[in-house]
Design a protein around this ligand. Structure first.
Ligand code: 3H9
Length: 675
């Protein structure tokens, strides 16, 4: 097998180049090649300096994650980076693309770093539930200072080369087109400079209190995760101990994380997210439809948010409303949202103008005639949608994709109201649509393969994680939400409080519990609007205008700052209902809440798989992570079920009288997993 590493000479400089597509992951073959190249340099008096560079889209993007959990192959990355640093001849890293994780660790083990301004450096291991395990937590604070190192390792976001340059992490910036040549010139320039600058020999100093202050500031962000604290502890260690001791501590912490459930869950999601974009029965090279202009019907919260995704990606949007006032209000909100992003430094003012300049507001549906994709985001009502799609059929150009942003309704029925059901698809965005990363793409019975593939690809263009769902009530996400909400209401009737149920969910790692979610979304959603007809706790709340946060009262009472407190009135309403219905009461444990609200979600997920409404279990996990805030460190509901053990889930469901999916039962019996 040919090595991904080649070495060439430019006079007295040895140029070591990696070519390991797609991202130059530091696989065993790459490590072996670099190791040999360092030996080659050491053994040849004619070589005075070394350059390490990469071909393709990026410098090393990290250790090869697919090797994790497999038997280790020498040389291990920690050994290799130490060997690079120990080289008696200067080694220069030439960085383009993204030097991430192990890639960043290779770079900082080199004696010098040169990067193009478009490059980024980062240690995203924390997002995989890990820490930089090849000396990164020890070298980074010594090179870039404790504060930047903490930000980089504990949060995992990469920094631009310019910032790295200012911080001393990169020694020199190169011209975009001349990295290799400038790196060689740099290597030649430093060839005889001694002593060699070695990061591990520097001191990492910290101001008193810096670690605790960092922990405190980020407590909310890190809640529930193991890896951020492990990263912080390693950086702290770097300020207290010599490199050799620090790196030992780092190694032990890395192994602990690597074999823990959280990292397994986070690595599962990394691959699940990428797998989700693949459609099993459609060839990857299918010819896609060209989407140059998008039409959006409805300028409300949803329509506006949806439009912003395309505008931000440079795709012009025609937005349609029925009344001028609603149109103005909607586009006004969009502008304010963009301006708020600009105020936070996330956009430049000219980008705001460019985005708004590409928006064409109109009151005429006929103006959608030149759109390649039209997304309907109107009131959730089948008759309204069918009528609208009938009209679109007469207006849209041939080959235009017609999409509905419905969150529950039957896409096939909507498609049947047109003469071109093959062009109809569901695009279910999550609110706020310009922020939430999930896009459920609903494949109708007649949706053409190229329509589906085009929309999935477009999802990536607008920076969403797109998942294919089949036509069923609520698709993947909302369908699984339903049994949870139903069961939460039953638990209330049997003796639990909204506070207890919500607390269990928040402690599990969800951003909020079922009742907090109702209050946020609106208790009156789907209400029959007759205050005299009171058949449920929800009806009783709605009749008293306890519609949630928007009326400062729902399942909780709210003050002006929307801080919730338990509501005595709600307790009364619940008690009345318990008495009226004669529901037997019992003490409800936290465990019962988990078994009765989360296990049924797994069961519903299994039914979704059984019916072929999701392509794979990991897609369901992606939906719940990106659409509903399921804690990433638990890997999504199906992965979580695997870690709990499917036998335990089945036993829990049966104990509470649920009908268990055949697939789930079969898997449990055979000792299988979903993932
Ligand atoms: C680490 O370094 C540990 C060390 O500290 C210690 C060791 C002791 N390995 O994202 P894309 C695949 S941990 C294996 O769609 P983009 C990916 O699955 C690592 N495979 O491209 C996909 O495969 P497929 C720390 C990897 O252009 C394909 O490459 N590093 C790896 O949108 C294309 O990926 C990270 O966490 C990998 N490391 O984004 C960086 N990375 O085509 C992780 C990617 O079959 N990577 N693949 O679906 C990224 O963030 C992005 O891939 C990157 C490119 C920004 C580089």
């Amino acid at each position: 097998m040919t090595s991904p590493i080649t070495t060439t000479r430019d006079g007295d400089v040895l140029i070591v180049v990696s070519n390991n597509p797609p991202v130059n992951a530091l696989s065993a073959a790459v490590r072996i090649g670099i190791d040999a190249a360092i030996d080659e340099a050491a053994g040849d008096d004619g070589i005075k300096a070394v350059v390490i560079a990469c071909d393709g889209q990026t410098f090393f993007a990290g250790a090869d994650i697919t090797e994790f959990g497999k038997p280790p192959v020498e040389p291990l990355l920690p050994t290799l980076v130490d060997k690079i640093e120990a080289s008696e001849k200067p080694v220069v890293a030439a960085i383009h693309g993204t030097a991430l994780g192990g890639g960043c660790e290779v770079a900082i083990a080199c004696h010098y770093r040169i990067a193009v301004p478009s490059a980024k450096l980062g240690t995203p291991e924390v997002k995989l539930g890990l820490l930089p395990g090849a000396g990164g937590t020890q070298r980074l604070p010594r090179l870039a200072g404790v504060e930047l190192a903490l930000e980089m390792v504990a949060k995992g976001d990469p920094i631009p080369a310019r910032k790295a340059h200012e911080a001393g992490l990169v020694d020199r910036l190169a011209d975009e087109g001349a990295l290799r040549a400038e790196a060689v010139a740099f290597a030649r320039e430093v060839a005889s400079v001694r002593p060699l600058p070695r990061a591990s020999e520097k001191q990492a100093k910290a101001e008193p209190g810096v670690f605790d202050a960092f922990r405190k500031t980020n407590a909310r962000r890190f809640r529930g995760f193991d890896a951020p604290e492990a990263n912080i502890a390693c950086v702290e260690k770097a300020t207290q101990s010599p490199y050799a001791e620090g790196v030992q501590f780092e190694r032990e912490s890395f192994m602990k994380l690597m074999f823990g459930v959280q990292s397994a869950a986070q690595r599962h999601i990394f691959f699940a997210e990428r797998k989700a974009s693949k459609i099993d029965d459609i060839p990857a090279d299918i010819q896609l439809r060209d989407i140059k202009r998008v039409g959006v019907i409805g300028a409300g919260t949803m329509g506006g948010g949806i439009s912003m995704n395309f505008l931000s990606a440079g795709i012009p949007v025609t937005i349609v409303e029925m009344q001028q006032e609603a149109l103005d209000r909607g586009t006004g909100v969009m502008r304010r949202n963009y301006e708020a992003s600009a105020a936070k430094g996330r956009m430049k003012p000219e980008q705001v103008e460019a985005a708004m300049g590409a928006l064409k507001p109109t009151l005429a549906l006929a103006d959608l005639a030149d759109c390649d994709l039209i997304i309907e985001a109107v009131y959730e009502n089948m008759d309204v949608k069918k009528e609208l799609f009938g009209k679109l059929d007469a207006i849209a150009k041939p080959g235009a994709i017609l999409a509905s942003n419905t969150s529950y309704l039957n896409v096939d029925e909507i498609a049947a109201s047109t003469s071109r059901p093959q062009d109809v698809v569901g695009m279910h965005f999550f609110s706020p649509a310009n922020v939430m990363k999930l896009l459920e793409v609903v494949r109708g019975a007649k949706t053409a393969p190229d329509v589906l593939a085009t929309v999935m690809k477009l999802g990536k263009t607008i920076k969403k994680v797109a998942v294919v769902a089949g036509v069923c009530h609520g698709f993947i996400g909302n369908r699984m939400l339903m049994p949870r909400q139903v069961e939460a209401m039953k638990l209330l009737m049997e003796g639990a409080t909204p506070e207890q149920i919500d607390r269990v969910h928040v402690e599990f790692g969800m951003p909020m519990g079922p009742f907090q979610m109702s209050d946020l979304a609106g208790v009156d959603i789907g209400w029959h609007r007759d205050p005299t007809r009171i058949e449920s706790i929800r009806d009783a709340l709605a009749a008293e205008k306890r519609w949630g946060q928007k009326t400062q009262a729902g399942f909780y009472d709210y003050d002006e700052k929307r801080t919730p407190s338990p509501s005595p009135r709600v307790a009364e309403i619940i008690e009345d209902f318990r008495k009226q219905t004669g529901t037997p009461q019992h003490e409800i444990t936290d465990e019962e809440i988990v078994e009765r609200t989360l296990y049924p979600m797994v069961n519903e997920g299994a039914l979704i798989l059984e019916e072929g409404m999701a392509q794979r279990a990991s897609d369901i996990d992606v939906v719940w992570i990106y659409g509903y805030g399921w804690p990433v460190y638990r890997g999504g509901p199906m992965f979580w079920a695997d870690t709990e053990g499917l036998k335990k889930i089945v036993a829990g469901l049966e104990k509470h009288g649920f009908e268990v999916s055949t697939l789930l039962k079969d898997k449990a019996e055979k000792g299988e997993r979903f993932n």
